[in-house]
Design a protein around this ligand. Structure first.
Ligand SMILES: Nc1ccn([C@@H]2O[C@H](COP(=O)(O)OP(=O)(O)OP(=O)(O)O)[C@@H](O)[C@H]2O)c(=O)n1
Ligand SMILES: Nc1ncnc2c1ncn2[C@@H]1O[C@H](COP(=O)(O)OP(=O)(O)O)[C@@H](O)[C@H]1O
Ligand SMILES: [Mg+2]
Length: 163
């Protein structure tokens, strides 16, 4: 039974890109945000701090290029370093969108990252990929393959008798 569940969960693994935006880093929220993903049971497989380039952002936010707020968004996202992460787990894309909350913090529920830590859409602390396809595209954009690590959890790999 346990083995069947574990096989099922590993066959439905997803990865998603989460980025703590410059305001989140400057407000020292990185640890609290990472803690939420760890305690939910997701696995960190990629992590780096970077000053994002205009080129990366224009690809990342290509769908928003024609929006009136786009120039302000670029300015915001380059106003300081970003902490980018790749988290892995069952339904991690959808679950992390729920954990992050509505784009506009005024509509984000309390208990979500945006609902707890932000009050304006132009300073909403964190990015989360919004679909499986989007996550795959964004992970390739932000991370090189060798920067993503596969590793085993000691609490999930013990099979035989314990020593
Ligand atoms: N009127 C708006 C709309 C959006 N934004 C910024 O643009 C980002 C991207 O918008 P969108 O992709 O629509 O929101 P989300 O998917 O929730 O955010 P992200 O892609 O950053 O996860 C928002 O997070 C926010 O920082 C903004 O400043 N002003
Ligand atoms: N009306 C807006 N005014 C200012 N910034 C916005 C607005 N809408 C979206 N943004 C910014 O653009 C980011 C990306 O937008 P979008 O991808 O639609 O939402 P999300 O970040 O929830 O995926 C948002 O997180 C937010 O920072
Ligand atoms: Mg988005």
């Amino acid at each position: 039974m346990l083995e069947t569940l574990s096989k099922y969960l590993s066959s439905t693994l997803e990865r998603t890109l989460i980025a703590v935006k410059p305001d989140g880093v400057q407000r020292r929220l990185v640890g609290q945000i990472m803690q939420r993903f760890e305690q939910r049971g997701f696995k960190l497989v990629g992590l780096k701090m970077l000053q994002v380039s205009d080129d990366l952002l224009s690809q990342h936010y290509c769908e928003l290029r024609t929006k009136p707020f786009y120039p302000r968004l670029l300015h915001y996202m380059t106003s300081g370093p970003v902490v980018a992460m790749v988290w892995e787990g069952h339904k991690v894309v959808q679950t992390s969108r729920t954990m992050v909350g509505h784009t506009n913090p005024a509509e984000a529920q309390a208990g979500t990252v945006r609902g707890d830590f932000s009050f304006h859409v132009s300073r909403n602390v964190v990015h989360a990929s919004d679909s499986l396809e989007g996550a795959q595209r964004e992970i390739q954009l932000w991370f090189q393959r060798k920067e993503l690590l596969n590793w085993d959890c000691c609490d999930q790999t013990i099979t035989g008798s314990c020593v």
